[in-house]
Write a protein of this length. Structure first.
Length: 281
C-alpha cells in the first residue's frame, strides 16, 4: 500500500508540471489584464512592482470605447469573421464530401494538394490577391477580406472535414439510398447531422483565424471606418514612438473575449472533431 506521504509525492509529480504550464499559458492574459487597469503613473514608473496593481482604474477602457472607433472595429470584425467562416464551411464541405465518399481518379492527389495549399504562407499570396482586389475595385471594403480569407480557411476546413467525414459509417448512407433517398437527400438528412463536432471544430478554427487575421486586413483596409480590431488597435493606438499601452492591452483583452466564450461552450466538440480528423485524415 502507498503511504500518505507517497500519495502526496505522486500527486505533486503529476500536478506540478500541469500547474506550471497552466500558469505559463495564463500569464499573458494576466499581464494584459493588469496593464489595462493600471494608471499611466504606474505603467511608466520603473520603481513600482510590475505584477501588482496599486491603484486600479478603468480610464483606459473608457478612453478606448469613447475616444476611438473600437466598437465599430468590433462590429466589422464579427461581421467579417461570421461571413468568412460560413463561406469556408460551405466550400469546405463541398470539397471534402466527394473526396471522402466518392471514388474517382486523382482523389488522393487532390486531398494532398489541399493540405499543401494550406501550407502556402500568406506573404506569397497577398500580392496576387491585392492585384485581384484592385481590379475588382474592392479596396477599403469589408468585401475584400471576406473574399480573401477563405483562400486560407477553405483548405484547412476541407482537410479537417475530410478526416471527420471518413469516420461516419457508410452503411448509414447505403441504407438511406436503398430506401429511395437521393445522394443529396442522404447527405443533407443523414450524413451532415452526424458530423456536427467536425463542423464545430472547423468553424471555431475559421472564426478564430478570421478574427485575428492581420496581414490581409492591414493591406486591404486602410480607412478607420472599415478596419478590424487587430489593425485598428495597432494603427491608431501606436502613434510614432508613442505606445498607449493601457488602451492597447484593453483592446487586446476585449478582442479575445468572443473566442474565449466560444471555446468554453464548444470545447468538447472541438476536441472531438480535431481528434477524429487527425486520426482519419
Amino acid at each position: 500500500m502507498v503511504s500518505g506521504e507517497g500519495r502526496i509525492r505522486q500527486a505533486l509529480r503529476v500536478w506540478l508540471p500541469v500547474g506550471f504550464f497552466l500558469v505559463l499559458a495564463l500569464f499573458p492574459f494576466y499581464w494584459m489584464a493588469i496593464t489595462s487597469i493600471k494608471p499611466n503613473a504606474e505603467l511608466y514608473n520603473k520603481n513600482v512592482m510590475p505584477l501588482i496593481v496599486h491603484a486600479p482604474t478603468l480610464n483606459h477602457y473608457v478612453d478606448l470605447l469613447t475616444k476611438s472607433s473600437f466598437l465599430l472595429w468590433t462590429w466589422n470584425t464579427m461581421l467579417v469573421a461570421v461571413v468568412a467562416t460560413a463561406i469556408s464551411l460551405i466550400l469546405g464541405t463541398m470539397l471534402a464530401y466527394p473526396l471522402a465518399r466518392m471514388r474517382f481518379a486523382g482523389s488522393s492527389l487532390i486531398a494532398m494538394t489541399i493540405a499543401a495549399i494550406y501550407l502556402v504562407p500568406q506573404p506569397l499570396l497577398f500580392i496576387p490577391l491585392a492585384d485581384v482586389i484592385n481590379h475588382l475595385h474592392l479596396g477599403n471594403t469589408l468585401t475584400s477580406v471576406i473574399l480573401t480569407y477563405p483562400t486560407m480557411l477553405v483548405p484547412f476546413c476541407a482537410w479537417l472535414l475530410l478526416g471527420y467525414f471518413k469516420t461516419v459509417p457508410k452503411e448509414l448512407e447505403e441504407a438511406a439510398r436503398i430506401d429511395g433517398a437521393s445522394r443529396l437527400q442522404t447527405m443533407w438528412t443523414i450524413f451532415l447531422p452526424l458530423c456536427t463536432p467536425g463542423f464545430i471544430s472547423a468553424g471555431i478554427f475559421a472564426f478564430t483565424l478570421s478574427q485575428n487575421e492581420f496581414l490581409y486586413a492591414l493591406i486591404f483596409l486602410t480607412k478607420s471606418s472599415v478596419r478590424t480590431v487587430p489593425v485598428g488597435v495597432i494603427s491608431e493606438l501606436i502613434r510614432g514612438d508613442v505606445f498607449y499601452w493601457g488602451q492597447l492591452m484593453a483592446g487586446a483583452l476585449l478582442g479575445s473575449i468572443p473566442v474565449a466564450i466560444i471555446y468554453s461552450f464548444f470545447v468538447e466538440h472541438y476536441v472531438a472533431g480535431l481528434t477524429a480528423g487527425s486520426v482519419k485524415a
